[in-house]
Design a protein around this ligand. Structure first.
Ligand SMILES: Cc1ncc(COP(=O)(O)O)c(C=O)c1O
Length: 386
Protein backbone atom coordinates (compact mmCIF):
# COMPACT_ATOMS: atom_id res chain seq x y z
CA UNK A 1 0.00 0.00 0.00
CA UNK A 2 1.24 3.56 -0.68
CA UNK A 3 2.90 5.19 2.35
CA UNK A 4 1.46 8.12 4.29
CA UNK A 5 3.19 11.35 3.15
CA UNK A 6 6.17 12.35 5.32
CA UNK A 7 4.51 15.57 6.55
CA UNK A 8 1.59 13.60 7.94
CA UNK A 9 3.86 11.04 9.58
CA UNK A 10 5.69 13.92 11.27
CA UNK A 11 2.41 15.32 12.60
CA UNK A 12 1.56 11.92 14.05
CA UNK A 13 5.00 11.65 15.62
CA UNK A 14 4.56 15.06 17.24
CA UNK A 15 1.23 13.94 18.72
CA UNK A 16 2.95 10.85 20.15
CA UNK A 17 5.71 12.96 21.68
CA UNK A 18 3.08 15.22 23.27
CA UNK A 19 1.36 12.19 24.79
CA UNK A 20 -1.74 13.19 22.87
CA UNK A 21 -2.20 10.51 20.21
CA UNK A 22 -5.88 9.56 19.84
CA UNK A 23 -6.94 5.91 19.47
CA UNK A 24 -10.39 4.35 19.75
CA UNK A 25 -10.69 1.72 22.46
CA UNK A 26 -13.25 -1.04 22.87
CA UNK A 27 -15.65 -0.87 25.78
CA UNK A 28 -13.85 -2.63 28.64
CA UNK A 29 -16.92 -3.52 30.71
CA UNK A 30 -15.81 -0.98 33.34
CA UNK A 31 -18.44 1.15 35.13
CA UNK A 32 -19.57 3.86 32.74
CA UNK A 33 -18.68 7.35 33.98
CA UNK A 34 -17.77 8.43 30.50
CA UNK A 35 -20.54 8.04 27.91
CA UNK A 36 -23.17 10.64 27.05
CA UNK A 37 -25.94 8.12 27.76
CA UNK A 38 -27.01 10.12 30.84
CA UNK A 39 -30.49 8.56 31.11
CA UNK A 40 -29.48 5.01 30.16
CA UNK A 41 -31.76 5.19 27.10
CA UNK A 42 -29.15 3.60 24.80
CA UNK A 43 -29.77 0.29 26.61
CA UNK A 44 -33.47 0.74 27.35
CA UNK A 45 -35.42 -2.33 26.21
CA UNK A 46 -38.81 -0.54 26.15
CA UNK A 47 -37.48 2.04 23.69
CA UNK A 48 -36.03 -0.72 21.52
CA UNK A 49 -39.33 -2.65 21.48
CA UNK A 50 -41.34 0.49 20.69
CA UNK A 51 -38.99 1.28 17.80
CA UNK A 52 -39.32 -2.28 16.51
CA UNK A 53 -43.08 -2.05 16.53
CA UNK A 54 -42.92 1.22 14.54
CA UNK A 55 -40.58 -0.51 12.06
CA UNK A 56 -42.94 -3.47 11.70
CA UNK A 57 -45.28 -1.18 9.76
CA UNK A 58 -42.65 0.25 7.40
CA UNK A 59 -41.90 -0.93 3.89
CA UNK A 60 -38.26 0.28 3.97
CA UNK A 61 -36.13 -1.43 6.63
CA UNK A 62 -32.48 -0.86 6.08
CA UNK A 63 -31.11 2.20 4.31
CA UNK A 64 -32.71 5.58 3.68
CA UNK A 65 -32.00 5.19 -0.08
CA UNK A 66 -31.09 8.85 -0.65
CA UNK A 67 -30.86 12.39 0.70
CA UNK A 68 -33.88 13.94 2.47
CA UNK A 69 -34.42 15.96 -0.71
CA UNK A 70 -34.47 12.90 -2.98
CA UNK A 71 -35.72 9.48 -1.91
CA UNK A 72 -34.56 9.56 1.74
CA UNK A 73 -37.53 11.50 3.10
CA UNK A 74 -40.28 9.39 4.66
CA UNK A 75 -43.31 9.75 6.92
CA UNK A 76 -41.35 9.05 10.11
CA UNK A 77 -39.31 12.24 9.61
CA UNK A 78 -42.50 14.31 9.47
CA UNK A 79 -43.85 12.57 12.55
CA UNK A 80 -40.58 13.20 14.42
CA UNK A 81 -40.32 16.85 13.38
CA UNK A 82 -43.90 17.52 14.51
CA UNK A 83 -43.17 15.84 17.85
CA UNK A 84 -39.93 17.81 18.29
CA UNK A 85 -41.59 21.15 17.60
CA UNK A 86 -44.39 20.45 20.09
CA UNK A 87 -42.17 18.95 22.78
CA UNK A 88 -39.52 21.66 22.65
CA UNK A 89 -42.05 24.48 22.16
CA UNK A 90 -40.70 25.62 18.79
CA UNK A 91 -42.50 26.63 15.60
CA UNK A 92 -40.75 23.92 13.62
CA UNK A 93 -37.87 21.45 13.58
CA UNK A 94 -35.52 20.05 10.95
CA UNK A 95 -33.74 16.74 11.54
CA UNK A 96 -30.07 16.39 10.51
CA UNK A 97 -27.87 13.28 10.44
CA UNK A 98 -25.89 14.43 13.49
CA UNK A 99 -25.24 17.45 15.68
CA UNK A 100 -22.00 17.93 13.79
CA UNK A 101 -23.87 18.05 10.48
CA UNK A 102 -26.52 20.38 11.89
CA UNK A 103 -24.00 22.92 13.18
CA UNK A 104 -21.95 22.65 10.00
CA UNK A 105 -25.01 23.14 7.79
CA UNK A 106 -26.45 25.97 9.88
CA UNK A 107 -23.33 28.08 10.37
CA UNK A 108 -22.04 27.58 6.83
CA UNK A 109 -25.31 28.72 5.28
CA UNK A 110 -27.20 31.11 7.58
CA UNK A 111 -24.75 33.96 8.38
CA UNK A 112 -24.09 35.79 5.10
CA UNK A 113 -21.14 37.84 3.79
CA UNK A 114 -21.21 41.13 5.72
CA UNK A 115 -22.93 39.55 8.76
CA UNK A 116 -21.15 38.99 12.06
CA UNK A 117 -20.98 35.90 14.28
CA UNK A 118 -19.94 36.19 17.94
CA UNK A 119 -19.23 32.86 19.59
CA UNK A 120 -18.18 31.76 23.07
CA UNK A 121 -14.48 30.83 23.00
CA UNK A 122 -15.30 27.28 24.15
CA UNK A 123 -18.04 26.35 21.67
CA UNK A 124 -17.92 22.90 20.10
CA UNK A 125 -15.71 22.14 17.10
CA UNK A 126 -18.78 21.65 14.88
CA UNK A 127 -19.83 25.28 15.41
CA UNK A 128 -16.33 26.54 14.66
CA UNK A 129 -16.08 24.38 11.55
CA UNK A 130 -19.44 25.67 10.31
CA UNK A 131 -18.40 29.28 10.91
CA UNK A 132 -15.11 28.63 9.07
CA UNK A 133 -17.04 27.37 6.04
CA UNK A 134 -19.35 30.41 6.06
CA UNK A 135 -18.72 33.88 4.65
CA UNK A 136 -19.50 36.05 7.69
CA UNK A 137 -16.80 37.58 9.88
CA UNK A 138 -16.56 35.95 13.29
CA UNK A 139 -15.22 36.90 16.70
CA UNK A 140 -14.97 34.92 19.91
CA UNK A 141 -15.97 36.32 23.29
CA UNK A 142 -14.71 35.20 26.69
CA UNK A 143 -16.31 32.08 28.08
CA UNK A 144 -19.79 32.80 29.51
CA UNK A 145 -18.93 36.50 29.68
CA UNK A 146 -21.85 38.66 28.62
CA UNK A 147 -19.95 41.87 29.35
CA UNK A 148 -17.16 40.84 27.00
CA UNK A 149 -19.74 40.01 24.33
CA UNK A 150 -21.43 43.39 24.83
CA UNK A 151 -18.05 45.13 24.46
CA UNK A 152 -17.46 43.37 21.12
CA UNK A 153 -20.94 44.25 19.90
CA UNK A 154 -20.58 47.94 20.84
CA UNK A 155 -17.21 48.15 19.10
CA UNK A 156 -18.55 46.48 15.96
CA UNK A 157 -21.52 48.87 15.87
CA UNK A 158 -19.25 51.85 16.32
CA UNK A 159 -17.46 50.99 13.07
CA UNK A 160 -19.84 52.91 10.80
CA UNK A 161 -22.27 51.68 8.19
CA UNK A 162 -23.80 48.30 8.92
CA UNK A 163 -26.98 48.54 6.87
CA UNK A 164 -28.66 45.15 6.55
CA UNK A 165 -26.04 43.51 8.69
CA UNK A 166 -27.30 40.62 10.82
CA UNK A 167 -25.53 39.63 14.01
CA UNK A 168 -25.53 36.10 15.41
CA UNK A 169 -24.54 35.21 18.97
CA UNK A 170 -23.67 31.57 19.64
CA UNK A 171 -23.35 29.73 22.90
CA UNK A 172 -24.13 26.35 24.48
CA UNK A 173 -26.53 25.67 27.33
CA UNK A 174 -24.13 23.09 28.79
CA UNK A 175 -20.51 23.19 27.64
CA UNK A 176 -19.38 19.75 26.56
CA UNK A 177 -15.84 19.88 27.97
CA UNK A 178 -16.65 21.97 31.07
CA UNK A 179 -20.19 21.05 32.08
CA UNK A 180 -21.03 24.65 32.99
CA UNK A 181 -23.71 26.97 31.60
CA UNK A 182 -23.96 30.65 30.73
CA UNK A 183 -26.59 32.91 32.26
CA UNK A 184 -28.89 32.16 29.34
CA UNK A 185 -31.68 34.42 30.59
CA UNK A 186 -29.32 37.38 30.59
CA UNK A 187 -27.95 36.45 27.15
CA UNK A 188 -31.51 36.15 25.80
CA UNK A 189 -32.56 39.51 27.29
CA UNK A 190 -29.46 41.22 25.87
CA UNK A 191 -29.93 39.69 22.40
CA UNK A 192 -33.61 40.65 22.37
CA UNK A 193 -32.81 44.24 23.40
CA UNK A 194 -30.04 44.61 20.80
CA UNK A 195 -31.90 42.68 18.09
CA UNK A 196 -29.27 39.97 17.76
CA UNK A 197 -29.98 36.41 16.67
CA UNK A 198 -29.26 34.09 19.57
CA UNK A 199 -28.30 30.51 18.68
CA UNK A 200 -28.03 27.92 21.48
CA UNK A 201 -26.48 24.48 21.22
CA UNK A 202 -28.50 22.36 23.67
CA UNK A 203 -26.65 19.07 22.95
CA UNK A 204 -25.90 18.34 26.61
CA UNK A 205 -29.02 19.99 28.07
CA UNK A 206 -31.48 17.96 25.99
CA UNK A 207 -32.96 15.25 28.19
CA UNK A 208 -31.34 16.81 31.26
CA UNK A 209 -32.81 20.27 31.96
CA UNK A 210 -36.40 21.51 31.65
CA UNK A 211 -37.76 18.01 32.36
CA UNK A 212 -35.78 16.92 29.34
CA UNK A 213 -36.83 19.80 27.08
CA UNK A 214 -33.58 21.72 27.46
CA UNK A 215 -32.35 24.73 29.40
CA UNK A 216 -34.09 27.29 27.17
CA UNK A 217 -37.38 25.61 28.07
CA UNK A 218 -36.51 25.46 31.76
CA UNK A 219 -35.90 29.23 31.67
CA UNK A 220 -38.90 29.96 29.45
CA UNK A 221 -36.85 31.84 26.84
CA UNK A 222 -37.71 29.74 23.77
CA UNK A 223 -39.43 32.67 22.06
CA UNK A 224 -36.27 34.78 22.31
CA UNK A 225 -33.99 32.23 20.67
CA UNK A 226 -33.48 32.29 16.89
CA UNK A 227 -32.32 28.67 16.68
CA UNK A 228 -31.64 25.81 19.09
CA UNK A 229 -29.73 22.62 18.41
CA UNK A 230 -30.96 19.45 20.10
CA UNK A 231 -29.05 16.21 19.61
CA UNK A 232 -30.23 12.61 19.92
CA UNK A 233 -26.83 10.97 20.49
CA UNK A 234 -26.47 12.02 24.11
CA UNK A 235 -29.28 11.77 26.71
CA UNK A 236 -31.69 10.40 24.08
CA UNK A 237 -29.33 7.46 23.57
CA UNK A 238 -29.78 7.33 19.77
CA UNK A 239 -28.24 9.27 16.88
CA UNK A 240 -29.01 12.44 14.92
CA UNK A 241 -30.00 16.00 15.76
CA UNK A 242 -32.44 18.79 14.92
CA UNK A 243 -32.44 22.53 14.53
CA UNK A 244 -35.46 24.14 16.20
CA UNK A 245 -36.63 27.47 14.81
CA UNK A 246 -39.36 28.97 12.69
CA UNK A 247 -40.79 27.51 9.49
CA UNK A 248 -38.87 29.86 7.18
CA UNK A 249 -35.58 28.86 8.83
CA UNK A 250 -36.47 25.22 8.19
CA UNK A 251 -37.27 25.90 4.52
CA UNK A 252 -34.07 27.94 4.19
CA UNK A 253 -31.95 25.13 5.64
CA UNK A 254 -33.63 22.55 3.43
CA UNK A 255 -32.53 24.66 0.46
CA UNK A 256 -29.08 25.83 1.54
CA UNK A 257 -27.63 23.56 4.28
CA UNK A 258 -25.21 21.47 2.26
CA UNK A 259 -24.60 18.90 5.02
CA UNK A 260 -28.29 17.98 4.76
CA UNK A 261 -28.74 18.30 1.01
CA UNK A 262 -25.70 16.31 -0.07
CA UNK A 263 -25.81 13.40 2.35
CA UNK A 264 -27.89 10.23 2.64
CA UNK A 265 -30.66 10.72 5.23
CA UNK A 266 -30.82 8.84 8.55
CA UNK A 267 -32.16 5.31 8.05
CA UNK A 268 -35.81 4.73 9.08
CA UNK A 269 -34.92 2.52 12.05
CA UNK A 270 -32.83 5.32 13.55
CA UNK A 271 -35.71 7.77 13.15
CA UNK A 272 -38.07 5.21 14.71
CA UNK A 273 -35.69 4.85 17.68
CA UNK A 274 -35.50 8.63 18.15
CA UNK A 275 -39.32 8.82 18.04
CA UNK A 276 -39.62 6.06 20.65
CA UNK A 277 -36.95 7.64 22.80
CA UNK A 278 -38.77 11.00 22.83
CA UNK A 279 -42.08 9.29 23.60
CA UNK A 280 -40.41 7.57 26.53
CA UNK A 281 -38.81 10.81 27.72
CA UNK A 282 -42.21 12.54 27.72
CA UNK A 283 -43.90 9.70 29.64
CA UNK A 284 -44.28 9.62 33.45
CA UNK A 285 -41.49 7.04 33.60
CA UNK A 286 -39.25 9.25 31.48
CA UNK A 287 -39.88 12.26 33.73
CA UNK A 288 -38.99 10.17 36.77
CA UNK A 289 -35.77 9.07 35.06
CA UNK A 290 -34.78 12.72 34.53
CA UNK A 291 -35.52 13.41 38.22
CA UNK A 292 -33.32 10.44 39.22
CA UNK A 293 -30.48 11.87 37.16
CA UNK A 294 -30.74 15.12 39.15
CA UNK A 295 -30.68 13.12 42.40
CA UNK A 296 -27.42 11.54 41.20
CA UNK A 297 -26.02 14.96 40.32
CA UNK A 298 -26.89 16.35 43.79
CA UNK A 299 -25.29 13.34 45.46
CA UNK A 300 -22.11 13.85 43.41
CA UNK A 301 -21.96 17.55 44.38
CA UNK A 302 -22.44 16.72 48.06
CA UNK A 303 -19.68 14.05 48.01
CA UNK A 304 -17.38 16.36 46.03
CA UNK A 305 -17.61 18.87 48.90
CA UNK A 306 -17.06 16.15 51.50
CA UNK A 307 -13.83 15.08 49.76
CA UNK A 308 -12.62 18.71 49.54
CA UNK A 309 -12.52 18.64 45.75
CA UNK A 310 -14.35 21.91 45.00
CA UNK A 311 -11.18 23.62 43.78
CA UNK A 312 -10.33 20.74 41.42
CA UNK A 313 -13.75 20.48 39.77
CA UNK A 314 -15.25 23.22 37.61
CA UNK A 315 -18.67 24.38 38.87
CA UNK A 316 -21.49 22.45 37.21
CA UNK A 317 -25.02 21.32 37.94
CA UNK A 318 -25.25 19.34 34.70
CA UNK A 319 -24.41 15.66 34.12
CA UNK A 320 -20.85 16.61 33.11
CA UNK A 321 -18.24 17.18 35.84
CA UNK A 322 -14.71 18.09 35.06
CA UNK A 323 -11.60 17.75 37.24
CA UNK A 324 -8.80 19.95 35.89
CA UNK A 325 -5.57 18.11 36.72
CA UNK A 326 -3.21 19.85 34.27
CA UNK A 327 -0.73 18.13 31.99
CA UNK A 328 -1.43 15.28 29.58
CA UNK A 329 0.77 12.89 31.57
CA UNK A 330 -0.91 13.60 34.92
CA UNK A 331 -4.45 13.36 33.57
CA UNK A 332 -3.62 10.13 31.76
CA UNK A 333 -2.10 8.71 34.95
CA UNK A 334 -5.25 9.50 36.94
CA UNK A 335 -7.54 8.06 34.24
CA UNK A 336 -5.43 4.88 34.11
CA UNK A 337 -5.62 4.58 37.90
CA UNK A 338 -9.42 4.86 37.77
CA UNK A 339 -9.62 2.41 34.85
CA UNK A 340 -7.44 0.01 36.86
CA UNK A 341 -10.12 0.24 39.54
CA UNK A 342 -12.85 -0.74 37.09
CA UNK A 343 -14.10 2.79 36.37
CA UNK A 344 -14.43 4.07 32.83
CA UNK A 345 -13.36 7.73 32.91
CA UNK A 346 -11.54 9.28 29.96
CA UNK A 347 -8.81 11.92 30.02
CA UNK A 348 -9.36 15.01 27.88
CA UNK A 349 -5.97 16.02 26.61
CA UNK A 350 -4.39 19.04 24.94
CA UNK A 351 -4.92 19.93 22.09
CA UNK A 352 -8.62 19.00 22.54
CA UNK A 353 -8.48 21.50 25.44
CA UNK A 354 -5.84 24.25 25.75
CA UNK A 355 -2.51 23.30 27.36
CA UNK A 356 -2.68 23.64 31.15
CA UNK A 357 -6.42 22.82 31.11
CA UNK A 358 -6.13 19.03 30.66
CA UNK A 359 -8.89 17.27 32.55
CA UNK A 360 -10.87 14.22 33.54
CA UNK A 361 -14.41 14.38 32.22
CA UNK A 362 -16.87 12.53 34.41
CA UNK A 363 -20.36 11.94 33.07
CA UNK A 364 -23.08 10.99 35.55
CA UNK A 365 -25.84 8.57 34.66
CA UNK A 366 -29.05 7.38 36.30
CA UNK A 367 -27.51 3.90 36.52
CA UNK A 368 -24.43 5.02 38.53
CA UNK A 369 -24.97 3.92 42.14
CA UNK A 370 -24.06 5.97 45.22
CA UNK A 371 -21.27 3.50 46.05
CA UNK A 372 -19.79 3.81 42.57
CA UNK A 373 -19.94 7.61 42.71
CA UNK A 374 -18.33 7.66 46.15
CA UNK A 375 -15.57 5.34 44.91
CA UNK A 376 -14.76 7.63 41.95
CA UNK A 377 -14.46 10.69 44.19
CA UNK A 378 -12.51 8.86 46.89
CA UNK A 379 -9.95 7.69 44.31
CA UNK A 380 -9.63 11.15 42.72
CA UNK A 381 -9.22 12.70 46.17
CA UNK A 382 -6.46 10.21 47.03
CA UNK A 383 -4.71 10.91 43.72
CA UNK A 384 -5.00 14.67 44.09
CA UNK A 385 -4.33 15.11 47.81
CA UNK A 386 -1.65 12.37 47.75
C1 LIG B 1 -21.96 20.85 22.22
C2 LIG B 1 -22.00 19.85 21.12
N1 LIG B 1 -22.56 20.19 19.94
C3 LIG B 1 -22.63 19.32 18.94
C4 LIG B 1 -22.11 18.06 19.04
C5 LIG B 1 -22.18 17.13 17.88
O1 LIG B 1 -23.26 16.25 18.03
P1 LIG B 1 -23.23 14.80 17.37
O2 LIG B 1 -22.43 13.92 18.27
O3 LIG B 1 -24.67 14.43 17.24
O4 LIG B 1 -22.57 14.95 16.03
C6 LIG B 1 -21.53 17.64 20.23
C7 LIG B 1 -21.00 16.27 20.37
O5 LIG B 1 -19.98 16.01 20.94
C8 LIG B 1 -21.47 18.57 21.31
O6 LIG B 1 -20.89 18.23 22.47
Amino acid sequence: MPKLPKKLLQKLEKRREENAIRTPSLHSGAIDFSSNDYLGFAKNGKIKMAAQSIMANQDIFNGATGSRLLTGHHALFEQLETLLATYHNAEDALVFNSGYDANLGFFASVPQRGDLVFYDELVHASIRDGITLGLAKSYKFKHNDLEDLAGHIERSRGKGSNHGQEIYVVTESVFSMDGDSPDLKAFAAYCTEKRLHLVIDEAHATGVFGNGKGLASELGIEEQVFARLVTFGKALGCHGAAILGNLSLKIYLLNFARSLIYSTALPPDTVATVLSSYEHLASEEGKKTVESLHDRIHFFLQKKREYGLQDVFLPSDSAIHVAVLKGNKRVKRCAEMLQGNGIDVRPILAPTVPEGHERLRICLHVFNTKQQTTKVLRLISKFHHG
